[in-house]
Design a protein around this ligand. Sequence first.
Ligand code: NAP
Length: 290
Amino acid sequence: MIVITGATGQLGSGVIENLIQKGYDPSNIIALARSEEKAQSLKAKGVQINIGDYNDYSSLVEAFKEADKLLFISSNEMENRAEQQVSTVKAAAEAGVQHIFYTSIQRKSDMPDSPINFVTNSHIATEKAIYESGMNYTLLRNNLYMDILPWVLGENVAETGVFYPANDGQIAYALRSDMAEATANILMSENHENKEYNLSNSANFSFGMVADHLSDLFGKKVNYVNPNADVYKETMLNAGAAPMVVEMLAGFAQGAAQGEFEAGKSDLAKLLGRDAVTYKEFLNGMYATR
Ligand code: NAP
């Protein structure tokens, strides 16, 4: 039995969709959900629903009891994520889970002064709890979702240019749907005990390269504007973006500038059995019809 947390979210539902499409019996999947209501569409697919919350330890122990494998998808709550996730790992161990798969983050450094520490700190704490738990583990170090590119670029990118303080930082963002498929492939195959995989695109690109490709697609020059971080933040705040979002985007930009999201060793294509969707293919799909 595979238990999947975050099953009502985009990655978790994508993993379940892939498992079922690839022939995995849905009655051998348990989705962890915070409410029956949110899990209706999963239930309709024949998936069992167990109710649990990362903030409710005993609900997790109960929900994980039937798990041979547990896919623990990281929480989307930023404030107490480390606490929630360490507690979830302990609940898994107490429930007798044999093998935990955890969606962590691709990164270059674990140092507290890393520009993306605001997001990596909880992943690092969770990985540590997993190592210490005694369970077999598989760490899926997911790069940033390429799906966020249109959000970073803004609605009027053809006019504004690519405005993002990432210098010529090399990045290897990959599509969430590719990560979901690769994760399903891992769950359906064997010999992943105590392994760590990087789910990144194989080739690096930069925001300058994104601007160049958009220039080709739009048939006009789209500049890459690389402001300093303060100018970026001020401009975004003046445009009405939420302060938390601005801080996060600026942090990811600084991380990109420092190579935190460079491809390095990537396992995604191998796990997929094909190349991951590239940034050009993704941009073609998003913008080619404009
Ligand atoms: P998502 O669509 O926001 O899904 C998050 C899932 O976590 C939902 O199923 C949500 O349940 C569940 N969840 C949140 N708090 C919970 C709690 N207290 N107890 C139990 N379940 C809880 O996120 P996603 O796109 O699938 O991404 C999966 C994870 O990757 C995110 O949670 C985040 O940690 C991380 N992430 C990565 C990137 C990246 O670029 N690599 C970007 C964004 C997020 P409900 O449906 O009940 O809310």
